[in-house]
Design a protein around this ligand. Structure first.
Ligand code: ATP
Length: 150
C-alpha cells in the first residue's frame, strides 16, 4: 500500500524515543524529505520493532540511538545506529540465524530467544531489500537497511 514514510516512521519511532528517554538514553530521529512509497506497512513496522528493541536492549543509560532515513537514487535507506555493546566481526553473519544469541546477551538479564534478526532478514528479503550490520564509531552497532523504490 502507499505509505508516507515520515508519518509512518514517526508513528513507529516516537514511542521508542519516549522509552529511551525514560531509560536516560539519547534518541535522535533524522528524517529526510517525506515521500510516498509502496510497502507492507505491518511487516516493515515489525522489522523496525525488532531492530529498535535490540538497539535499546544492547545500549546502556547515557548512550545514544540514532535513526536516519532518506530516499535517494531509487533507494530507501534506513540506518539504526547505537553506541552499545556492539557485535564482534565473526558473529555478524551468525546473528541472522534462528536462535543465535551472543554470550553477552545470554548472560544478560535481557530476555530473548535469538529469533528477532532471523525474522528481520526474512522481512527484508520479502521486500527485495538488503540488511547489513556495521560498527558504529567508536563503539556500537549500526544496522543498514536498503529497499528498492518502486
Ligand atoms: P529476541 O528473540 O528477543 O529478538 P535476541 O535479541 O537475542 O532475542 P536477535 O534479535 O535475533 O535475538 O539478535 C541475535 C543476537 O545478536 C543477540 O543475542 C545479540 O547478541 C546480537 N545483537 C542484535 N542486535 C544487537 C545490537 N544492536 N547490539 C549488540 N548486539 C546485538
Amino acid at each position: 500500500e502507499a505509505v508516507k514514510i515520515n508519518t509512518f516512521l514517526n508513528t513507529v519511532l516516537l514511542p521508542y524515543q519516549e522509552l529511551a528517554l525514560a531509560e536516560e538514553k539519547e534518541f535522535v530521529i533524522d528524517l529526510g524529505e517525506d515521500q510516498q512509497l509502496f510497502f507492507d506497512k505491518k511487516r516493515i513496522h515489525q522489522l523496525m520493532i525488532i531492530l529498535l528493541d535490540n538497539a535499546l536492549k544492547y545500549t546502556a543509560p547515557g548512550e545514544k540511538i540514532t535513526v536516519f532515513s532518506s530516499v535517494k537514487n531509487n533507494e530507501w535507506l534506513i540506518k539504526i545506529s547505537d553506541t552499545g555493546i556492539g557485535i564482534d566481526e565473526e558473529k555478524k553473519a551468525a546473528v541472522f540465524e534462528r536462535f543465535y544469541r551472543g554470550e553477552e546477551s545470554r548472560n544478560r538479564k535481557t530476555g530473548g530467544y535469538g529469533i528477532g534478526l532471523a525474522i528481520a532478514k526474512w522481512i527484508v528479503d520479502e521486500h527485495q531489500g538488503e540488511i547489513k550490520l556495521t560498527d558504529t564509531t567508536p563503539k556500537g552497532t549500526t544496522v543498514i537497511l536498503r529497499f528498492p523504490v518502486k
